[in-house]
Design a protein around this ligand. Structure first.
Ligand SMILES: N[C@@H](CCC(=O)N[C@@H](CS)C(=O)NCC(=O)O)C(=O)O
Length: 214
């Protein structure tokens, strides 16, 4: 199994955590998102991932893209330990938390989006950071409420097992801190993040522990 990814990519980080939690060995293939204008745009990579984004997972001759689709694939192929609860409504709750980050917050900080706002629309670095802080804080504040409203909540986003929601939360908080977001409205998320990062599967997937870390 090969994971084409970048140490600082949040979407890649989600998949690394899942592979570690499930104990699936994989080959780490670094795709540098800035070097030479971005290795994600080279023909050898876009043949695998026509969107020119990471991560991409190659397994048994199949090429899979989109981190959430990859996570669902890993969940079905390697069911233990599960990253989704058993009850259908609980599963939908976990997915709604994961999607709240992956669909609403994360895309607004993607490098290509920020580069367009900066280079084509001519906004300053300062304005860009304010943009990121605005959307991240709004998204995380909503997620805080979603997590708090889980009945019988445990130490993770949902119950006492790490789920897809935690796999999306932890990388997003790295991002939030990078942009200097005020997390004071999200004490539950900050606590869950600390609990997750204490687990080896999360720690070993962290950007600073990857072979291409700068
Ligand atoms: N929805 C996609 C998002 C992937 C994505 O945005 N990847 C970023 C890094 S976190 C990327 O490759 N950006 C390259 C670019 O913007 O040029 C997923 O979940 O896989």
């Amino acid at each position: 199994m090969k994971l084409y990814n970048f140490f600082r990519s949040s979407a890649s980080y989600r998949v690394r955590i899942a592979l570690n939690l499930k104990g699936v060995p994989y080959e780490y293939v670094p795709i540098h998102l800035r070097r030479g204008g971005g290795e994600q745009y080279t023909p050898t990579y876009t043949v695998l991932n026509p969107q020119g984004i990471v991560p991409t997972l190659e397994d048994n001759g199949r090429v899979l893209t989109q981190s959430l689709a990859i996570l669902e694939y890993l969940e079905e192929r390697y069911p233990e330990p599960p990253l989704l609860p058993r009850d259908p409504a609980d599963r939908a709750t976990v997915r709604s938390m994961a999607l709240a980050i992956a669909c609403e917050v994360h895309p607004l900080q993607n490098s290509r989006v920020l580069n367009y706002v900066k280079d084509t629309l001519h906004h300053s670095e300062e304005e860009l950071n304010a943009w990121s802080r605005h959307w991240v804080t709004m998204g995380l504040t909503a997620l805080e409420q979603m997590v708090r409203s889980v009945p019988n909540r445990g130490v993770f986003c949902f119950s006492n097992m790490p789920s897809l929601a935690d796999l999306c939360l932890v990388p997003q908080l790295v991002n939030a801190r990078r942009f200097g977001c005020d997390l004071s409205a999200c004490p539950t998320l900050v606590q869950i993040d600390a609990t997750c990062r204490a687990l080896p599967a999360f720690a070993n997937a962290a950007p600073e522990n990857q072979p291409d870390a700068e």
